[in-house]
Design a protein around this ligand. Sequence first.
Ligand SMILES: [Cu+2]
Length: 332
Amino acid sequence: MIPSLLLPLLGLGEAAAGQGKTFWMPPQASTLAPDVDKVFYFIYWVDIAFFVLMMGAVIFFAFKYKQKKEGEKTSSNKGSHSLELVWAVVPLILSVVMFVTGFRVYVESVIPPADSYDVRVVAQKWSWAFEYPSEGIEASELVVPADTNVRLTMSSKDVLHSFFVPDFRVKKDVVPGRYTVVWFNAPEPGEHHIFCTEYCGDGHSVMLNTVKVLPQDEYDAWLASQQAVAEAEGDLTGVALGESLFTKKACVGCHSIDGTKLVGPPMNGLSGRTEELADGTTIVADDDYIRESILAPTTKVVAGYAPSMPPFEGQLSETEINALIDYIKSLD
Ligand SMILES: [Cu+2]
């Protein structure tokens, strides 16, 4: 029998500490976590086995072949093909298994399911902000419904940060001027730490936050209360803010939202469409493309249009850029 103290060390979490917590890993609070841990513990045990094997051999040979008397010669060895085959093929098989299992979990972790619930994460020195595009609210903590696929589209106002939720096994750099995406599904209600895990200056160590996973009904209540506050304060966020900016920043003068071609291309149906560019290449209109089209429109000019759009670089806040993108994405 294995002593119960050793169970978590062996990665036998459920048996030991509940929620999949093990000696090396925090609780498994997302659907991805058990898969990540399986890969981790497979590699871990292969490492341990080879460590024991090799160090054992070193110690064993050190004693066995120690020079016993003055002038004793080492026995000569012409080599062994079967031994060489074994130490080439066994590690090859093990590393292929590591690669294939690791790659499958990686793919699972980077491709959000199509039905994901969207939240935007904006990092800055030294805090996190969360925007809910379709709900018209902005929050200083991340609150999500349990048992739901959540996609986070992240950007930074200043320097490189990194978004890390150990309990979810979710970690990705947050980069200024570009969107990065992570997703998770937390089956059970609970609270989990968020860390910034890329050194970003003086306040890096206090760049902490919490994910609150709530049952659906409590989540709806939280949403309603946040929406009531937002309404009372009269600040627009998300799609509603984007819609108002679209008029205020004069985008409407050049872009229709009903498919009519004006000076610029219509905005409806743009998101996810494959655009033909003036230089003959094509590009899929994702968040990064739409962002660049707003901030530096002449970088990629749409085929059939003059490069006459003024650049909006420096004239829109991160929140406003996100809001415009969310508004454009909401038009079909
Ligand atoms: Cu940071």
